[in-house]
Design a protein around this ligand. Sequence first.
Ligand code: NCD
Length: 298
Amino acid sequence: MRHLISIGDLDREDINYILKKAEEFEDVARGEKKLRILEGKILGNLFFEPSTRTMMSFETAMKRLGGDVINMTAQEASSIAKGETLADTIRVVSGYCDAIVIRHPLEGAARFAAENSSVPVINAGDGAGQHPTQTLLDLYTIKKECGRLDGITIALMGDLKYSRTIHSLIKALALFDMRIYLISPEALALPEDIIEDVSAEIRRARLEEVISEIDVLYVTRIQKERFPDEEEYRKVSGSYRITAETLKSAKDSMIVMHPLPRVDEIHPSVDSTKHARYFQQSFYGVPVRMAILSEVML
Ligand code: NCD
């Protein structure tokens, strides 16, 4: 594996390989075992959009494996959103490190970075495009918490239009034998071209219809920053929310996932139910990113 730009770069076998490797790193991720296989290596984190989990879990993964990290964060995305400037930044930074993790507000930015980099590039989110490392940790969570990937029934709920986590995940779900339900307000529906691109059993539904049947409920926040118009955002803001009450008819084993950060779509009453897995999910980002880093750097 050289670059990781889209989950479509990986097949089922690649995914299973990374998930298996991640499992081997779990005790190192928890700090229970020492392993310094990335000693002497430097990761360059380039974040042109806000991030907490992704940036910090990459940093933790790198440091737990004995490596170092250099960080560049730019909150004023508009001043760096020009192709040429990004190309120059990448050329410079690839001289300072052994791999680059990039998050950028423009779709396609990570692939463009890879074309200009002399070291491997990992996409940590490009606009509403792809977020492949999140997808790998999402799959890892399902595998660990449900015991399998094949034969799962999953509902994707929320902002399916702009969530890159959904656009990435759905591609990967199609590689396994899964039944997929889409639950969203009409204005936030999954774009048709993405549905057409995915060869899986997909159906639109309402949560009440499928709640007792699903194994996984994957919720996303409304991606406010991707709305072209504030007024459009206001129309859908607060339009869906799950509470402990909503989950009453779910199977005992049903898990609720969320890439986080949540805003108001999962009420805190869900946190103490047997279904909540979103904090566990964010921890799994560490062993999964360890597996990815060791794959691209060694
Ligand atoms: C997601 C993202 O950046 O796309 N965050 C993350 O990486 N965990 C989801 C989001 O911001 O809603």
